[in-house]
Design a protein around this ligand. Structure first.
Ligand code: ADP
Ligand code: MG
Length: 568
């Protein structure tokens, strides 16, 4: 249902002066964005975007929205002429995409723009043609209700601007992205994008999940977890991608504030923080998230292209986004490629005994598979053996499961250390006699800075002369390592760790201790050791990733096996 036609007024200078100034039309995609936003503001049910020459030759946006009253058509291309706000107070409660009356005049100044619009109940519509800001043609036309804006020869009179554009393919990709972002924000509206005569996008009206699938693809949508959380007047909903959807760029991140697509560094950081330990530092999670706050609590008038917003309480909004996404990823079982529904609820985080690491020298021979019963968040597994002395191979209820023995053991030991620490037990194994370990000066300095944290983990170290320390006890899980190898390893990890990757010193040390103590790739495990590793893993809070964000398990669903063998 098109909204009724609001009339256009020139903003009072006192209001216009408060508009965030700057360049509106940076590239073809910004024209598409502004025109589609206008169509959405007009209550369109269907929007057709047509481009040629990556937008430099032609951009046409046609809608079936409320149209512009014929008397107002010439006003629409004047600066600060808008039907959407009138007063400074309105600026504080903007609900429309547009509000500053700058887009059409800015586009008309750098192109040949034609505006055709008609409203129901008027005998005729009106056509206006503007070249480089000068009106060339103004005539009545017969046209269906709605608006068609055609922009040709963009930047014809500003060659410098053209020079800053990227390749046509890249500019077109940015146009697709602009349409996708708005299509996600307005699922009830039909969109189509035509490029050089061919329809490249077609989105029928849909509910939000179907629009998500249309925009990001069914496969990616199936790997996204629903998010919905509200607190303190802030609602955060949408979808957070499973870790395996993460990319090296942020291209699969869509953020809307009150349905307006924005780029907010702070909000993005908050959402990415919710993936802490689920992703390597170099990967960015995929998400489509909608943040809704009362309009009065967000300022949309801070960026010339309306790409950023400012909140009255940014920390509260970021905290809400973090909580919502964190809850969603924690609720889900995160084995890559497996639909984990029905795999049981998170079990109690058990404190397991470490594996007995008397590593046999000979690989286990063919033996009967070991049944590992379902526990915690893992299904029953039939352990088949060890592959490349690195992965455990098991049969699950729905296909094959491969377990990275090092990553899995790291996870087990890490949670054990955390549990002990929470219980206030420094889980140390006393060395009798204490071991003397020599250190180089940089190592000694690093060690001095983390001695307390080490003691929390059960590793008690005292000064012993100029270039040595006395190790009185080591973390129990590391008892099999020689004290000097352990210390050297921990200090090397601390020195090498990119600070961003993990939170604080204690966490870094906990991770380093778990990593150094875990079985390695190449260690041969007996069937009993493998079974006990899986049982321990099942009892962890998060059995599906190690804390570096790598998966501990990967599943090959039975359907995938069947498709490999052409059985389906
Ligand atoms: P703004 O969107 O900030 O108001 P614009 O320059 O984008 O400024 O548009 C100016 C005015 O022209 C709008 O306020 C609106 O009244 C009218 N207008 C522009 N495009 C459309 C459209 N597709 N349908 C109906 N009215 C439109
Ligand atoms: Mg506008």
């Amino acid at each position: 249902m098109p909204a009724s036609v609001d009339r256009i007024r020139i903003l009072d200078p006192s209001v216009a002066d408060r508009i965030a100034a700057g360049e509106v039309v940076e590239r073809p995609a910004s024209v598409v964005k502004e025109l589609v936003e206008n169509s959405l503001d007009a209550g369109a049910g269907r929007i057709v975007v047509e481009v040629a020459g990556a937008g430099l030759d032609l951009i046409r946006v046609a809608d079936d929205g409320c149209g512009i009253h014929p008397e107002d058509v010439p006003l629409a291309v004047r600066r600060f002429a808008t039907s959407k706000i009138a007063t400074t107070e309105d600026l504080q409660e903007v609900r429309s995409f547009g509000f500053r009356g700058e887009a059409l005049p800015s586009i008309a100044a750098v192109s040949l723009l034609e505006l055709v619009s008609a409203v129901p109940g008027e005998p005729a519509g009106r056509r206006l043609r503007v070249r480089g800001g000068e009106v060339e043609l103004d005539e009545p036309v017969g046209a269906p209700p709605g608006t068609v804006v055609t922009v040709r020869h963009l930047f014809f009179n500003t060659p410098a601007r053209r020079k800053f554009l990227k390749s046509p393919a890249r500019e077109f990709a940015l146009i697709v992205d602009a349409v996708d972002r708005l299509a996600l924000a307005a699922p009830q509206v039909a969109f189509s994008l035509i490029h050089a005569g061919a329809e490249v996008l077609r989105y029928p009206p849909a509910d939000p999940p179907d629009r998500l699938a249309a925009v990001v693809g069914r496969d990616a949508a199936g790997r996204m977890l629903p998010v919905d959380d509200r607190s303190g007047g802030i609602r955060v909903w949408g979808w957070a991608g499973r870790p395996e959807l993460a990319r090296t760029t942020r291209s699969l991140q869509h953020l809307c504030v009150n349905r307006r697509p924005v780029h907010s560094r702070a909000l993005t950081a908050a959402v990415e923080e919710a993936y802490h330990q689920l992703l390597p530092a170099s990967r960015h999670p995929a998400f489509v998230l909608f943040v809704e706050v009362p309009p009065g609590r967000v300022d949309v008038n801070v960026h010339p292209r309306k790409l950023d917003v400012r909140f009255d309480d940014e920390r509260a909004v970021c905290a809400a986004a973090f909580r919502a996404v964190r809850a969603a990823v924690q609720r889900a079982s995160l084995i890559p490629a497996v639909t984990a529904a029905g795999w049981g609820t998170p079990g109690p985080a058990g404190v397991s005994e470490p594996l007995d690491l008397a590593v046999p020298q000979v690989p286990a021979g063919p033996e009967a598979p070991v049944e590992v019963p379902a526990a915690g968040r893992l299904p029953a597994l039939r352990l088949l053996g060890q592959v490349h002395r690195t992965y455990l191979l098991a049969e699950g209820p729905d296909g094959l499961v491969l377990i990275d023995q090092h990553a899995a053991h790291e996870r087990v030991l890490y949670e054990r250390l955390i549990e002990r620490r929470r219980a206030g037990v420094a889980d140390g194994q006393e060395l009798v006699p204490p071991a003397v370990v020599r250190l180089r000066p940089p190592e000694a300095a690093l060690l001095a800075s983390c001695r307390e944290a080490l003691a929390d983990l059960g590793c008690v170290v005292e000064d012993f002369g100029e270039d040595a320390v006395l190790v009185r006890s080591v973390p129990a899980i590391a008892a099999r390592l020689s004290p000097d190898r352990l210390l050297a390893g921990l200090l090397a990890d601390l020195a090498a760790d990119r600070p961003r990757e993990v939170e604080d010193l204690l966490e870094r040390l906990t991770i380093a201790t778990a990593c150094r103590s875990a079985v390695r790739a190449g260690d041969v495990l007996t069937p009993a050791e493998m079974a006990s590793l899986l049982a321990d893993l099942a009892r962890t809070r998060d059995p599906f990733t190690c804390f570096h964000g790598r998966p501990t398990l990967v599943a090959v669903p039975r359907t995938t096996l069947e498709s490999w063998f052409l059985r389906r």
